[in-house]
Ligand binder design. Structure first.
Ligand code: NAI
Length: 270
């Protein structure tokens, strides 16, 4: 017979999920910024397949409307420009009034700019930081306050290989994504006692309009990216979508503060 002091209670037997429920997002409400196209849309699609209810945001109503039509009856949209920081508290409030508590936030909206560093103006630099970093923090703060009060929630940032190593001509973008990586660790520490997890996904080179724009005029860059990717191919937006489903689900309940590369091995390629 073991002696237990009153503070040493035996570990409770954990409730065991079946694999369907562990990976399910059934009934969860997910907010995805920039969800009308590219990676954000595929995250929305995969999360819909996993049973979630989806709110996508973006600036173009026609794109959002079309996306929601494709996603089906569990998807809704709100027109919102994430760089309008003073709108974000109101956005979260309106979403929760109409649809209930946001369980999962996916900070996906982002912009890129390819220019040699010496040609990047302060205005250029600020524009990228405003979308990719300042807006992510402001929206995360608005959602996290409510998640913390409810003692439940998960936040996912979309980082980039540009935060991992020195890709030339993306100085502002790399600074913004490196900022996200730091934010993930701090927020994961601060929010863990409140049962709110914070993680990032770092996509490798994924076939979207953003990547096509960055690569189409620059075949050398495209070949370099492919050559250092052990799997020898670019990723699909749904590869990011399924990783997001996993990180958002209970299957990942002990994972917080990480940045998960989804990159065909790009970050470890030689
Ligand atoms: P995309 O350009 O197809 O999609 C970006 C989405 O963000 C669009 O729906 C756009 O309308 C939205 N957005 C941009 N500015 C916004 C604003 N001010 N307010 C609201 N929405 C706004 O690009 P993609 O590739 O789907 O990018 C999604 C995320 O993935 C970005 O954060 C990007 O940095 C990241 N990423 C993409 C990679 C790739 O290879 N495609 C690699 C690494 C990261």
């Amino acid at each position: 017979m073991t002696n237990l002091s009153t503070s040493e209670v035996p570990i409770k037997v954990q409730h065991h999920h079946s694999h369907e429920t562990a990976f399910s997002l059934e009934g969860k409400l997910i907010l995805i910024t920039g969800g009308g196209s590219g990676i954000g849309f595929e995250i929305a699609q995969c999360m819909t397949y996993a049973g979630a209810r989806i709110i996508i945001t973006g600036r173009r109503e026609d794109v959002l409307k079309e996306a929601v039509t494709q996603l089906g009856k569990n998807a809704h949209y709100f027109v919102n420009d994430v760089t309008d920081l003073s709108s974000l508290e109101g956005l979260v409030n309106n979403i929760e009034l109409a649809h209930g508590p946001i369980d999962i936030l996916v900070n996906n909206a982002g912009i890129n700019m390819k220019k040699p560093a010496l040609e990047v103006s302060d205005e250029d630099f600020n524009r990228i930081i405003q979308t990719n970093l300042n807006a992510v923090f402001a929206l995360t703060r608005a959602c996290a306050a409510r998640m913390i009060a409810r003692k439940s929630g998960t936040i996912i940032m979309i980082s980039s290989m540009a935060a991992y190593y020195g890709i030339d001509r993306v100085v502002a973008y790399a600074a913004s994504k490196s900022g996200l990586e730091g934010m993930v660790k701090v927020l994961a520490s601060e929010f863990s006692p409140h049962n709110v997890r914070v993680n990032a996904i770092a996509p490798g080179f994924i076939e979207t309009n953003m990547m096509k724009t960055a690569m189409s005029s620059d075949p050398d860059r495209m070949n370099r990216a492919l050559n250092r990717t052990p799997m020898g191919k670019f990723g699909k937006p749904s590869d990011i979508g399924w990783a997001a489903v996993f990180l958002a689900s209970d299957a990942a309940r002990y994972i917080t503060g990480v940045s998960l590369p989804v990159d065909g091995g790009n970050s470890i390629g030689f």
